[in-house]
Design a protein around this ligand. Sequence first.
Ligand code: A2P
Length: 268
Amino acid sequence: MNVEVKKAKKPKANGPTAEKVLFVKHWTDQLFSFRITRPAGFRFRSGEFVMIGLEGEKKPIMRAYSIASPSWDEELEFFSIKVPDGPLTSRLQKIQIGDEILLNKKPVGTLVLDALIPGKRLYMFSTGTGFAPFASVIRDPETYEKYDEVIVTHTCRDVAELAYSQKLVKEIYDDEMLSELVEGKLRLYDTATREDFPRTGRITDLIKSEKFFEDMGVEPINPATDRVMICGSNAMIKDVADLMEAAGLKEGSNAQPAHFVIEKAFVG
Ligand code: A2P
């Protein structure tokens, strides 16, 4: 008898698992999205982030990424920037269908419905890849059970960078199941800051001038009715959070839910 005994590499109990790339789409030369397999037993709340990465020379290169797919989805979706000299994204941007990506098992985060106290209208303010967690939250039926109205904003420098959010909201409205849930409730407010577009300007300026509220036909932010999630650069988060606090909203967390929650978008 000739039995070949192969020494299988045993994955560490709490280490990342290798997942297969199922889909890749390049939106601009700086933005792409991809989908990977979701391991059995991997649970998360819509809006959370997880560490993903690639094998490195000595150890894996892992970074925190918001999961852009909703918690009911069979696959996991991510929306990423491409940084030419970024340790992870310089390689990640070259992934192809069938490649393997490392996925940690512990999703966490504050951009979740649980971290907000009940309200009537949910705002999600994002810039750049900060839209990713909201791509998850706006596809979750629970969002529409909890809120009468859902307004997601996405601001980018250039018009082409808005394609992912625009296409996603259109797909939600085209989807037989989701369209029934979101009909008359979900609206996207997209603006570009460095190119001509029907809506231009930073969301902070549009809030301050109240043009945003006029465009959407709603009253200015009110802590009695409005709940808010914010995701973007540090500067954007601070400026939007300051405006929310000026309107009387208090920052919440998983441990202490309140009126608004913040999280930094992945940058490199
Ligand atoms: P702007 O073009 O006026 O800088 P970035 O790529 O620098 O993170 O920017 C992404 C988008 O977020 C851009 O449209 C940018 O506008 C906007 N932005 C940057 N900083 C802020 C801020 N502090 N408050 C609101 N929007 C911001």
